[in-house]
Design a protein around this ligand. Sequence first.
Ligand SMILES: [Zn+2]
Length: 359
Amino acid sequence: MVQLPHTIDRVRGIDFAAPGRQLGHLSIEHSNNEFDGAVIPVPIAVLAGPDASNGPTVLLTAGTHGDEYEGQVLLHELIRTLDPGSICGRIIVLPSLNLLAVREGSRVSKVDGANLNRALPGHAAGGPTAQIARIVDADLLPLADFALDIHSGGAVNEYVPSAFVYAGPTPEVWARKMAAVEAFGQPYCVVVKPNYVSGSISGAADRAGVLMVSTELGGRGTVNRRLLADSRAGLYKLLAHVGVLDGGTPRPGATADADARTPAGPPADIQYIQLGSDAAVMARAGGLFEPTVDLGQRVVVGDLIGKVHFIDELDRPAYEYRAHIDGLIATLRHPTLVRTGSTLVNIAVPMDNPSRLDS
Ligand SMILES: [Zn+2]
C-alpha cells in the first residue's frame, strides 16, 4: 500500500488523497496545426472509499490501443455506476488512455504514430503518446498495488478470450498473477516470456513491482456482447480478489434484462497457453486470405491453416499455409486483404503445468 500524494503535476482536477468520485484529465501538451498550443485532455477518474488509506490502490486502463473496445466500455460504465462508498481503497481509471487513437478508432494515433504499449517509460517532453507513457510510468504505476490494462484483438485480429500475463518475474509474483488470472476467469491465459515487450505497461509494472494482468478479449474492432458480459463479471471478481471491493458488490449493468438472458459464467478450467517468438504464421505475399481453421482450434504440424489467393494472377495456385508447430489457434486475422508480412494466425502452445514456468 502506497501513501498517495494529493496532486500530481500533469494530472488536473484530482486530489488523489480525497474520498469519493473525482473526474479530471492528464494534461498532454501538443502544438501542431490542429492543436495550437492546446492541451489534449486524457480523461481520468479516481473513485476512493471513505477511508481510502485502509485499502489497495488499483489502476485500470483501456484504450491503450484505440481500436480495442470491451475495456473502454467496461471502464466508462464502472466510472458512472460504481458507488465509491463500496470501495476499500482507490480505483484510478483511464478508459481512453491513448485518447487521440481512441478518437480516430485506430490502434495508434496519426498525430505521432507511436504505439503506447511500446512507449514506456516515455518522455515528458515527447509527443502525446510519449507524454502519456511518462505519466503512467512515473506517476500512476508507482501509486498502484495492482494494475489491469484491458486489451482486445483490435481491428485486424481476433484473440481467443484471454487474460494476458508476462511470466515471472519471480515465483512468488507469478503465483500471485495466476491467482488474479483465476479470479478474472477468462477461458484462456496467454503467457509470454518475462520482459516480452519492455516498453509495455506490463513490462513497466514488473519493473515497478506492481502486480499486473492484461487481457486480450476478442477483437475485430467491435464489442462482443458475450465477451463484454463475461469480462464485466471477471472485472468485479478481480477487484474483489485484490481487496478493493468486497465480493458482494453489485455488478453495474449486470441487472439489465439482456445480461440476465446471457449469464456470465467462469469456465471450468482456464487453459494456459504460451505465445512464443515463433508463434506467428506470416503471409509471404499479398492477396486474399482464406482461413481454413477456427479460433481456438487445435492443430498439429502440417495442418492447413489457410490460403492466400493471388489477385492478379488467375492461373497461379493460392499459397497454402500450414502449421509449423503443434498448438491451438490463438489469434486469427480478420481483414481478408493481406500483404507480405501480415500475420495470418498465431499458434500458441498449451502449458501442462503453468504453476511451474519451466513446464
Ligand atoms: Zn492492444
